[in-house]
Design a protein around this ligand. Sequence first.
Ligand code: SF4
Length: 347
Amino acid sequence: MKDIRRVEHDDILAFLEKNGEKGFRAKQIDEWLWKKGCFCFEEMSNLPTTLRELLKQSYEFAHLETDTVEQSADGTLKFLFRLPDNAKIEGVLIPTPKRVTACVSSQAGCPLKCAFCATGQMGFIRNLHFTEIFDQFLIMNRVAEENFGKRITNIVYMGMGEPLLNYENVMKSIGLLTSPSAQAMSPQRITLSTVGVVNGIQRLADEGFPCGIAISLHCADERKRLELIPSTKTFPLPEIREALAYFHKKTGERISIEYLLLDGITDTRADAEKLWEFCKPFPAKINLIEYNDNNLQFRKSPEKRVKDFVAYLESRNMIVTVRHSRGKEIAAACGQLLVNQSNKSKK
Ligand code: SF4
């Protein structure tokens, strides 16, 4: 049976007509699927029981299953979701006094193999369908309402996978999140994070992407970045820089730079200088990220070096924030929960 969320609107109309139902029911069904985010046909309370039964006999809901949820002392919730083909992905819900941010995955696994990333070590399984990205939002949104008494306020495409390598599905999911006839979120509250897929950034710029973008730079030294992020070979730093300048020129948006501070690797004074040089062609906001120690070979920077790094950038009039890693004891960095779980089962 086909997942009803994967059936074209025209095919639903044809289905209704064939079964002697009125066309306006298609709009009601759409509302249940994308605006109210229902999980089963029984929830479609304004449809006649007979129509709900007909739909049930012809279609299904292939929703994600929640495999595991772990909560850390700071309230961060980490979800491990199972896809219909049994592949697993992660989502994270991060509550703060003013916001509830959801971090969603765009791929199962990831082909880019960044050295510091647990997902990168798993390899690539497949792209997520847009309904599977949307599902992560729906499931976490229900949990946010139950646990924190409010809906998700912000979404970051920063979970497993490189969103610009799954461009069409990511854009369709953003379309559902922002459309007034679906979730009607402000595009300003959505951020797509990329490791630097140059043609994807150019395409976003050309299409007038309404949301924010963040670049997972992590190092502005080409040689060192190549070791950390192998895709730098395909997308060298000068090309990424040019694409970001183009994006800013087309959209007027400031670029967020995600920068992981790794002890002795990306946190020296020379690294800070290179970062400043890299950001010269566009207005940038630097998010320095404390590394979430896992069982890979990296360590987080000592506090003193973080302070010096910040001081240098601020002396260059850059906007800098330091993000302390949340959900440490539940391994909330991308891919860690899944990698930890499979390590446990191997043992
Ligand atoms: S950091 Fe992002 S792009 Fe790199 S391997 Fe991990 S998921 Fe993929």
